[in-house]
Design a protein around this ligand. Structure first.
Ligand code: CTP
Ligand code: MG
Length: 254
């Protein structure tokens, strides 16, 4: 039996719930497999550093993504759809009712704000990560980690401990989330998906991949970092979205 409806506009079929459950289980399984393999080859320290750096580095983007949901529906505040109700050539909405200026601006500001506030801790995070990784490399174990260019990744995370570069990167990451999310909606409407309709992978990754693309000219991420982001982000967003869904902030849990 599908779980109860939380928001009035949510109308989720049993099939959609089943697909979503399968998707979540697949990602939990993949992530568990990755974790076990990593821990078998390396150590919990560099595993912690890997997850920590990914989360910390993309914090402006993740906060912005959650911020859109939080600021998109505020009781008593009118919602301003980005597409202004306009339709595309196919007669369908350009983006839909779910994409509002409220969410875009709210997400951008929250993501940027949180990044700036956490800047003072970034040097410490980098130091801890560096110590954790070098520890492993010194061990002389068979190392896939030679592939891992820690300097490149740390350059992304801490922007060379230069506040202006860090703030610029944070702004682009926080802006990339609503832009990528809106682009995802544009694609969904072209595929005739209703507002909030299920489009797995795109729903979970559009915002983070677009953020990475926006920052690319300044601070490119290596391909293996992107791959890890694609494994890690759906888990994080599904968790956040389930919380948002069950607390009535989001009409759909994906
Ligand atoms: N939201 C918003 N403005 C944005 C992005 C998101 O107000 N620019 C809010 C909306 O309340 C939206 C919720 O966040 O319903 C969840 O966003 P998301 O799941 O990405 O959008 P959907 O409404 O599900 O629509 P779509 O099918 O276009 O993804
Ligand atoms: Mg979306």
């Amino acid at each position: 039996m599908p779980p109860k409806r939380v928001l009035a506009d949510a109308n989720i079929s049993g099939k959609e719930w089943a697909t979503f459950r399968g998707f979540c289980l697949a990602f939990v399984g993949l992530f568990a497999l990755f974790t076990v393999t990593w821990l078998w080859l390396y150590s919990p320290w560099d595993y912690g550093a890997l997850v920590g750096l990914t989360f910390w580095g993309l914090l402006p983007c993740y906060v912005s993504n959650a911020g859109m949901v939080l600021t998109g529906r505020v009781k008593g505040l009118p919602r301003y759809p980005i597409d202004g109700g306009r339709v595309w050539r196919d007669g369908k909405r350009l983006l839909g009712e779910g994409k509002t200026w409220n969410g875009l601006v709210g997400g951008l500001l929250l993501g940027f704000f949180v990044a700036v506030v956490t800047y003072p801790f970034t040097a410490w995070v980098s130091d801890v990560a560096r110590a954790s990784f070098s520890d492993v490399n010194a061990d002389g174990r068979p190392t896939m980690l030679k592939l891992f260019d820690l300097d490149l990744v740390l350059q992304f995370v801490s922007a060379g401990n230069d506040f202006h570069a860090f703030a610029g990167r944070a702004f682009l990451l926080a802006l990339g989330a609503p832009l990528g999310d809106a682009l995802g909606s544009f694609v969904k409407r072209r595929f005739s998906k209703k507002d909030g309709g299920q489009f797995l992978f795109l729903d979970q990754l559009d915002f983070v991949l677009f953020s990475a693309l926006l920052t690319w000219p300044l601070m490119p991420l290596p391909w293996y970092a992107i791959l890890f982001v694609c494994l890690f982000t759906p888990l994080l967003t599904v968790l956040a979205n389930l919380i948002a869904y069950y607390s009535g902030k989001k009409p759909y849990p994906w």
